[in-house]
Each structure stands twice: as C-alpha cells, then as structure tokens.
Design a protein around this ligand. Sequence first.
Ligand SMILES: [Zn+2]
Ligand SMILES: [Zn+2]
Length: 163
Amino acid sequence: MAELHVTTCPRDPETETNLRCGRCNELICPNCLIQTDVGSRCPDCAQIKPPPMFQTSSGELGKAALAGVGTAVGLSLLAGAIVVFFQIPFFGIIIVGAIGWAVGEVVYRASGYKQSKSLQWVAGLSVLSSFLVLTIFGDFTAILGLIIGTYYAIQRVKPPRGV
Ligand SMILES: [Zn+2]
Ligand SMILES: [Zn+2]
C-alpha cells in the first residue's frame, strides 16, 4: 500500500496542509497564514515591508494625482481643440493613447520614481479624466484610445510581482 505523504504546518504541527508561503515557500496553514496584497504569506514574510520604491505615501500619491490629472486634462484640451478645428477623424484614438503614455511618465516622475498598486489607480483615473474632456469635444472615438492609454499609464507604475 502506497504511503501518503502528509505535510503538516511547522507552526501548528497538528494541522495538515500543503499551502506554502508565496515568498519563502515554507509550509503555512489557514491558522497562521497572513493574507497580504500579494497573496498568502507566512507570519515572518508578512512583516517584511516592500522596498521603499514600491511604497507610496499619501503625499506622493497626491502629487502624482495632481500631475497626472493636470497633464491629462491639459493635453486633452489641446487635443480637443485640434479635433474641433481640423476635424481629424479618429484623432481621439491616437491622442488618448499618447496621453496615456505621457500620464504614466508624469505620474512616475511626480511620485519620486515609485511604482505601486495605488499609483496604478492614480494613473488609470488620470487617463479617464482625459477621456472625459475629449467627450466634451464630441470625440467619442477616444474610448478606444482610452483602453490603450490606460494600459500604457498603468504599466509604467506597475510594481514587479511578489513585492
Ligand atoms: Zn514566508
Ligand atoms: Zn500554521
């Protein structure tokens, strides 16, 4: 008869488990694991804070949001005026894509070269504000650019996996 390999939690030896900490790979069980933003961690690893470049304070987020929304709205007003005066078809698609790229750069710099989940929200919402401005000018094709632009902006401030 084949013997079943049963593993137990080193912290709670009574508890059978096959869950492992996402960082150090040690066995953990539902009693001792700590759920973090980046998955289940053992209590030791859960206490380790991510490096400072992947943590954003509310002050840094505020600066990044101001810069991001400012850039997005400013560039969109300019782009909207171009759309209205020159009647360029589908300009919105290209322009929101390009604005998204610029917003990602600006948010990244304004936060002090940081990358975090919160900054991704800031970047995404900034691009959304540029889309809203362009719809005032009646350029609804901008919605396709919004998808591209949001992608660029969010990728720029994306923290690496497992931080
Ligand atoms: Zn661990
Ligand atoms: Zn345990």
